[in-house]
Design a protein around this ligand. Structure first.
Ligand code: G1P
Length: 276
């Protein structure tokens, strides 16, 4: 039912300079796979196989990654190395890829609005590849798609964060529906701890209904002078419905050096230590 997924990848990745000077931050590898591939795999597993990137200058390596590399593939044909490309080949075969550009960095809300041309008028997923998520039984987006079938409204994934971290996230408040579900009544982008309505932080997984585009168009710039998806979602929560979902699984904040190293250690142990 939901087939499309948007990946805003125009950001500069300044926290990883100089590594990201000439390379997209989404191409940084966790062990042997770029962050963006983990993210697209999660979407594809959830049945979201129409992949749309909102990209920017200096991000062409992402397009090349989701394309066939004839020379390389010819070179390694028939060798054991072919196996390393199996995952990405399957993605390329199973998904379609579209690209549009965000020319000026005007916030996540603006980036999502730029994706309207790819999405059109159907509900869609949004994945921020910086947040690497490992679902417990199924991927986080799959869990959210299941919920969407029930509630048919926008859904944001949340997790509890320490009070001194609220300034890094959109933070929600709302009515508790169950242990894992909250109906959103308030939402603030990157509040100081004393202004935070709770410690429930939005992480980089969203399912949005397409009316969000018109709402974003009418949303003035907010925090840091940028058009915030958080502000648009608050309007949607007040005029309709937005759910916040405490997902089953774990998230690594790979937009920070600490989270990136944690994710690397996690995957290293999973992939190599267990075979040792
Ligand atoms: C964005 C959103 C924020 C959300 C976060 C999740 O912020 O604006 O609401 O909590 O992603 O990773 P960014 O991390 O891009 O500054």
């Amino acid at each position: 039912m939901i087939k499309k997924c948007l990946f805003p990848v125009a950001g500069y990745g300044t926290r990883f300079l100089p590594a990201t000077k000439a390379m997209p931050k989404e191409m940084l590898p966790i062990v042997d796979k770029p962050l963006v591939q983990y993210a697209v795999e999660e979407a594809a597993q959830a049945g979201l196989t129409d992949i749309g990137f909102v990209t920017g200058r200096g991000k062409r390596a992402i397009e090349d990654h989701f394309d066939i590399s004839y020379e390389l593939e010819h070179q390694i044909e028939g060798t054991g190395k072919e196996q390393a490309l199996e995952g990405i080949r399957n993605l390329i075969e199973g998904c379609t890829f579209s690209y549009t550009r965000q020319m000026n960095m005007q916030g996540l809300g603006d980036a999502i609005l730029k994706g309207e041309t790819i999405i059109g008028d159907s509900p869609f997923g949004v994945v921020l590849a910086d947040d690497l998520c490992i679902g417990e039984d199924q991927g986080v987006l799959s869990q959210m798609v299941g919920l969407f079938k029930q509630y048919r409204c926008s859904i944001v994934a949340i997790e509890e964060v320490p009070a001194d971290q609220t300034h890094s996230y959109g933070v929600i408040d709302g009515e508790k529906i169950s242990d894992t579900l909250v109906r959103v009544t308030d939402m603030v982008e990157k509040p100081a701890p004393e202004a935070a309505p709770s410690n429930l932080a939005i992480i980089g997984r969203y399912i949005l209904t397409p009316d969000i585009f018109e709402i974003i168009r009418n949303t003035p710039p907010g925090k840091n002078g940028e058009v915030q998806i958080t502000d648009a979602l608050l309007t949607q929560a007040r005029t309709g419905c937005v759910m916040a979902y405490k997902f089953r699984g774990r998230r690594f904040d790979c937009g920070s050096v600490g989270g990136f190293v944690e994710a690397t250690n996690y995957y290293y142990e999973k992939l190599y230590d267990s075979n040792a």
